[in-house]
Design a protein around this ligand. Structure first.
Ligand code: ZN
Length: 119
């Protein structure tokens, strides 16, 4: 899977001009962050579907100890890595599906962006 994604990414026409362009990298970074946020939102939808809870409100909290998740721990992929996959307050495990789905959507958005004529 990772190899297939890498091969697909390499098949896009990246030129030296693109790779040395700061704007190109900013666009790629922005697409990755936006994709990660979309993936993060979709895991919330997955977890809350059928529970009667809203998808935006209430804010994210630990299902074990009910503590609100701090905004800097809620950054897609990075937050999970910083916490070592555990809740900051109670130490219970945060399912690995969260960073994996966020990462998958980040890559998907980057590849979709690279497939457009603008990048
Ligand atoms: Zn907790």
């Amino acid at each position: 899977m990772a190899f297939w994604i890498l091969q697909l990414a390499m098949s896009f026409r990246t030129t030296d001009r693109m790779l040395t362009s700061g704007l190109w990298w900013i666009a790629i970074l922005w697409l990755g962050m936006f994709g990660g946020a979309v993936g993060s939102f979709l895991t919330v939808v997955w977890d809350r579907l059928g529970t009667g809870e809203g998808f935006v409100v209430p804010r994210s909290r630990c299902p074990e100890c009910d503590h609100l998740i701090r905004w800097y721990h809620n950054v897609p992929v990075v937050g999970w890595l910083l916490l070592g996959g555990r809740c900051y307050d109670c130490g219970s495990r945060i399912p690995v599906k969260h960073p994996l789905i966020e990462l998958a959507f980040a890559l998907l958005f980057i590849l979709a962006g690279m497939a457009t004529p603008w990048l």
